[in-house]
Design a protein around this ligand. Structure first.
Ligand code: SF4
Length: 603
């Protein structure tokens, strides 16, 4: 039974706007520990959506649950780096102290234990979110204290005795998180005079701003590497108005946390980049889509936005430019990796299920609310502001001819100095390993689970779009680590995070993992190795979005670069041909989704 007065207060505060549905669900989850069917019915009634629509959104995101998630809801990071740093003992300590298992809530409803794939703290694992408060470097002893505090009814924020560095100490953040900026570079982490880039930009025409970004050869830093200037040009050319700027601050790739540090330390640079994008494409509104795991930063980001309004760097006549109106709002996600994909992010920003859209049309034509939208990564927008401040020529003096500028790397795993490194493109993995204290690595996972796992023989490869492209995640895998355990963890991650729309991704990855387990369990044959490779390619070709298109990479790239480990695991004396044909199995579903079998065959 939900307390009517509280729900009424939430609904009254949020109004009847359907675009506020995720915020309403967040408030309800926080107030009641669940979004019950009763709450769904009341919300639907109030904002004029069907129950099915509201329930569809409420069941999509990890941070909402229909059953009580606990007055104290613990979300313990379960990705591979957390495992490397002692997550298993911490998990056991939570279970022992709380008296329930992960996936359960105590009978009195006080404590719920949940696993989550990445909360953006891989440089300080094991970590957890408890009622939105971040706990880092957890130990079994610390867990005992935390659970005792829960039983005493304490507010989790009061357990943050020692705050981290920089703005983590500020009154509006007060988090124990450390920035761990290990190497500062000239683009992102050099001193920045707030207002300098926007004031300069508005003295130019929007076309000149776009031309300067194009001249700089700034490629999207989220991993895909699409030219930022071209994206702005395409978007600005669309006749339809209004247009929007959306900043993708939903870095959910396990091992990525560099945007967290930008959002903490360089929000002015980011907001200035968004404003310049707005000026260039003719938008009046920018949306910062902030991953739910970083909700602890929201109050400070709102304060920075408020200050920018007071200083006339947002609002009407921005920086004194008549006719240029621009403002920024923040929308919070609620825990869904797939929302890092730009079209899924737009769906989520519209308060719907974060399911990727078919493309084309692309967001520059048909984005937020069906309008032309430039979706850019946090780091890309910061780089754009810096380019306006210091010039495209300066930017191109760094990096390689095809990859200009610097890249932020989030380095974690088996190394002595995990953290954020701003390096010039072209740096070799070997040199990076020297910097981070991970020389003895047997492998490096570049680009997170969706990226590539490289072996020692490839350590002279370069971090650059023309060689090893990465959104920023670099996980060092030490010599003693079981590589198959790493792959297993990554496959579990993709299976958990699939939105389920494509059969190839939803069912194919489970089949792929079963085949992988057969091989690593010592029951595989040469035929299984051939099949796992063929199935992986089929899944990649038949999946609608980047998640499915990269989900077999943990298996495919280790099979390619560590084939000897797979061959050692199979029984090479046996070889037989199975009758199961994955391509045939997903043919009907692929016809519906429009994915082409031919692409799978020819990849
Ligand atoms: Fe959803 Fe996977 Fe298909 Fe992407 S590839 S739309 S995550 S089912």
């Amino acid at each position: 039974m939900i307390k009517k007065g509280i729900l009424e207060t939430i609904l009254a505060r949020r109004g009847k706007d359907t675009s506020g549905l995720i915020e309403i669900l967040r408030d309800v989850q926080t107030a009641f520990g669940a979004v019950s069917p009763e709450a769904v019915a009341k919300i639907a009634d109030r904002i004029g959506l069907s129950r099915v629509d509201v329930e569809g959104v409420a069941t999509f995101y990890h941070f909402f649950s229909s059953h009580p998630a606990g007055a104290y809801a613990v979300y313990l990071n379960s990705n591979i780096v957390a495992e490397m740093k002692g997550r298993a003992e911490v998990a056991r300590a939570f279970e022992k102290a709380a008296g329930c298992r992960f996936g359960e809530t105590t009978p009195d409803g006080l404590i719920g234990l949940h696993e989550t794939s990445c909360i953006g703290m891989n440089d300080q694992e094991p970590s957890a979110l408890v009622n939105g408060v971040v706990f880092t470097k957890l130990t079994p002893a610390r867990v005992k204290e935390i659970v005792a505090a829960m039983k005493a009814g304490r507010n989790m924020a009061t357990l943050v005795k020692k705050t981290g560095d920089g703005a983590n100490r500020s009154r509006l953040v007060r988090a124990m998180v450390n920035n761990n900026i290990r190497k500062k570079g000239p683009v992102i982490f050099s001193p920045f005079k707030s207002g300098a880039a926007v004031r300069k930009a508005v003295t130019w025409t929007p076309e000149d701003v776009i031309a300067e970004i194009k001249r700089s050869n700034l490629l999207g830093r989220g991993g895909a590497g699409f030219p930022a200037g071209l994206k702005w040009e395409f978007c600005g050319r669309e006749a339809c108005e209004p247009r929007y700027v959306v900043c993708n601050a939903d870095e959910g790739e396990p091992g990525t946390f560099k945007d967290r540090v930008i959002l903490t330390e360089m929000p002015h640079l980011l907001f200035e980049g968004m404003t310049i994008a707005g000026y260039a494409i003719g938008a009046e509104l920018g949306i910062l889509y902030l991953r739910g795991e970083y909700a602890y930063l929201k109050a400070r980001l709102e304060k920075v936005l408020a200050d920018l309004r007071v200083r006339k760097l947002l609002g009407k006549a921005v920086a004194g430019k008549k006719g240029f109106t621009f403002d920024i709002v923040i929308k919070l996600g609620a825990g869904a990796y797939v929302c890092g994909e730009e079209s899924a992010l737009l769906e989520s920003a519209e308060a719907k299920r974060g399911e990727p859209r078919p493309r084309p049309p692309f967001p520059v034509q048909n984005g937020y609310l069906g309008q032309p939208t430039a979706v850019n990564n946090v780091e890309t927008l910061c780089a754009a502001a810096r380019i306006l401040e210091r010039g495209a020529g300066w930017f191109k003096t760094m990096g390689t001819p095809k990859s200009a500028g610097t890249k932020l790397l989030s380095v974690s795993g088996d190394c002595r100095k995990p953290g954020v490194y701003e390096v010039e493109f072209g740096l070799t993995v070997r040199r990076l390993l020297e910097m981070v204290g991970g020389r003895d690595a047997q492998a490096v996972q570049v680009g997170g689970p969706s990226g590539i796992c490289i072996s020692r023989g490839q350590f002279d490869r370069k971090i650059a779009f023309e060689d090893l492209s990465t959104g920023g995640s670099v996980i060092v895998i030490g010599p003693e680590r079981d590589l198959f355990a790493v792959v297993h963890n990554f496959m579990d991650f993709f299976i958990e995070e699939s939105c389920g729309w494509c059969v190839s991704c939803r069912a194919g990855n489970t089949l792929l993992k079963q085949k992988f387990e057969k091989i690593t369990g010592g029951h595989g044959t040469l035929q299984d190795l051939r099949e796992i490779e063929a199935w992986g390619k089929t899944i990649k070709a038949m999946s609608r979005c980047g998640l499915g298109q990269t989900s077999p990479n943990p298996i495919l790239t280790t099979l390619q670069n560590f084939r000897e480990k797979y061959e050692a695991a199979i029984d090479q004396s046996r070889d037989y041909v199975t009758t199961f044909d994955l391509e045939a199995a997903v043919r009907d579903a692929s016809a519906v989704t429009g994915q082409k079998l031919a692409e799978a065959r020819h990849e």
